[in-house]
Design a protein around this ligand. Structure first.
Ligand SMILES: Cc1cc2nc3c(=O)[nH]c(=O)nc-3n(C[C@H](O)[C@H](O)[C@H](O)COP(=O)(O)OP(=O)(O)OC[C@H]3O[C@@H](n4cnc5c(N)ncnc54)[C@H](O)[C@@H]3O)c2cc1C
Length: 468
């Protein structure tokens, strides 16, 4: 007779290495059932976006392959599925790694209560952050709202645990268990728009491992210098792998900790998660309440131009098209397009957050909320209201030759570097030589930077004065 198994319920931790729930389940010397449940109820109120669904499909495929197709896939209500499976297999315990978004914490608490009533152990493990957000507080016992003291305290008071190894022997529960096919989860889009994403990424633990090795070998040493240059592969591109837990943050940390500049970015992820943990309403409300009444504009034409990369500002358009084509955007450009949406177009950061949520393969509630509130100036450690990125100057500074722009905005491929970030300054005859017809094959700027800046400053200044 087989021993009673342990169910390892996988969520955003699709990896074998440094997976504490899996590691400690394997240590019990009993069979394990590796389970993934696709549950729309469990995602509520933040159902995952289209690009993330694409990633999830491929990540599940890769994970299942890595364990000889032993992953059990189910779809539906989490509690019903866990109870049914536990009853059928006589499992006494369900192991999982903690999640930190407010809705996930609340769902897990409900599951725990109900499972306990049925005599089942629902055992939490820490594996998705370097520091538990409940543990790192300021001297008054309150959450940090400014990054530098958060980082300093993290460095001073916390040691990061060593990553755990892949369990040596996994004994799978051997009685036939029904599993859905991956296609039955229905994660792939009906229309084919993911070609560019497919070319750009390799979801799964092996893909993550390769990305990390390549970063450590080729880019880590020049990270501080190159991380702001979007035409260079200067960053680690680990964000979707980290979001889906295909690689452990502790492993990334262990391989890169001596690079101060990179370490600070990893701790931005910790900071964003800490903020979401302590201020659970921030995906929908600004951290600073005075922004609740900011007079955001509703302008569908501008919003569509922004989403499609047709604003007439080349660096903004390149970023928005990189996002659409690859499901990812360089961090510097995320800041530029974000600032353009909220400060030049005065469109609410919620619209930006929603679009990113649907189109980013690394869409992450904590990081996305933090990024958008930072850009809008209404969050922790936010950009001051008077910092309004000039998209032309930002382009000239970070993409001086226009290589990034030319890659994603091919209409401008013949424009010389001098004008690549301001094609509207060229004479009509020069534009013609470059094959550009403003208003025909590339738009005029949809707003004038100087006027938009003055107007935005006025709105933001009024807000500051009103709240005094
Ligand atoms: C408006 C806006 C929205 C954003 N939305 C997301 C999002 O949904 N998901 C997401 O993962 N990141 C988001 N970011 C943060 C950042 O842009 C990405 O994490 C980064 O570009 C990912 O690329 P990388 O892995 O090559 O980063 P690297 O520079 O190699 O950094 C390594 C890791 O550190 C973390 N990190 C780096 N910068 C940040 C940051 N500013 N905030 C939080 N974590 C950070 C990420 O996990 C990243 O993978 C957003 C930023 C802005 C300005």
């Amino acid at each position: 007779m087989q021993q009673t198994p342990i169910i390892v319920w996988l969520r955003n931790d699709l990896r074998l290495e440094d997976n504490p729930a899996l590691f400690y389940a394997a240590k019990q010397m009993c069979p394990v059932i590796l389970l993934y449940i696709y549950s729309e109820d469990d995602q509520r109120p933040y159902p995952i976006g289209a690009a993330a669904k694409w990633w999830l499909h491929h990540s599940l495929k890769a994970f299942s392959k890595s364990i000889a197709e032993q992953l059990i896939l189910r779809k539906g209500n989490v509690l019903d599925i866990l109870l049914e499976l536990a009853e059928k297999t006589k499992a006494r315990a369900i192991f999982y790694n903690k999640r930190y978004s407010p809705h996930e914490i609340s769902h897990d608490a409900t599951y725990g209560k109900e499972l306990l009533k049925k005599g089942l152990e629902f055992k939490a493990h820490d594996g998705n952050l370097l520091i538990e957000p409940s543990e790192l507080l300021n001297q008054q016992g309150k959450p940090f709202q400014v990054y530098t003291p958060f980082y300093t305290a993290a460095m001073k008071f916390f040691d990061v645990k060593e990553p755990l190894s892949i369990p040596k022997e996994l004994q799978f529960y051997s009685q036939n268990l029904a599993s859905l096919s991956l296609d039955a989860l229905d994660l792939l889009p009906k229309t084919e728009w993911t070609k560019g994403i497919q070319e750009a990424w390799n979801p799964g633990e092996e893909g993550a491992e390769k990305e990390l090795s390549s970063f450590c070998k080729n880019n880590q040493a020049s990270y501080a210098k190159d991380r702001d240059i979007p035409s260079v592969m200067g960053t680690s591109r680990l964000s979707p792998h980290l979001h889906f837990g295909e690689i452990s943050i502790r492993k990334v940390y262990a391989k890169t900790w001596n690079n101060e500049s990179y370490r600070r970015e990893l701790y931005f992820r910790e900071f964003a998660h800490s903020l979401l943990f302590h201020f659970p309403e921030t995906p929908s409300k600004p951290l600073h309440a005075r922004f609740l009444h900011f007079p955001w504009k509703k302008n569908e034409i501008f919003l569509q131009a922004w989403k499609k990369g047709l604003t007439g500002y080349p660096i903004v358009d390149a970023g928005m098209r990189e996002l659409w084509q690859t499901g990812w955007m360089h961090n510097r450009v995320r800041m530029i397009v974000g600032s353009f949406l909220v400060k030049h177009l005065l469109i609410s950061w919620h619209e930006g957050l929603k679009w990113f949520w649907d189109t980013l393969v690394d869409a992450d509630l904590a990081n996305n909320t933090f990024g958008w509130q930072w850009v809008a100036g209404c969050g922790a450690d936010a950009a001051p209201y008077f910092r309004i990125f000039n998209p032309t100057l930002q382009g000239e500074k970070f993409d001086p030759e226009g290589l990034y722009v030319k890659k994603y905005v091919p209409e401008l491929s013949l424009v010389p570097p001098k004008y690549i970030h301001k094609p509207w300054k060229m004479e009509a005859s020069e534009l013609k030589i470059c094959g550009v017809e403003l208003g025909k094959n590339y738009p005029h700027p949809i707003v004038d930077h100087d006027k938009a800046r003055v107007y935005a400053l006025d709105c933001f200044k009024k807000l500051s004065a009103d709240s005094k």
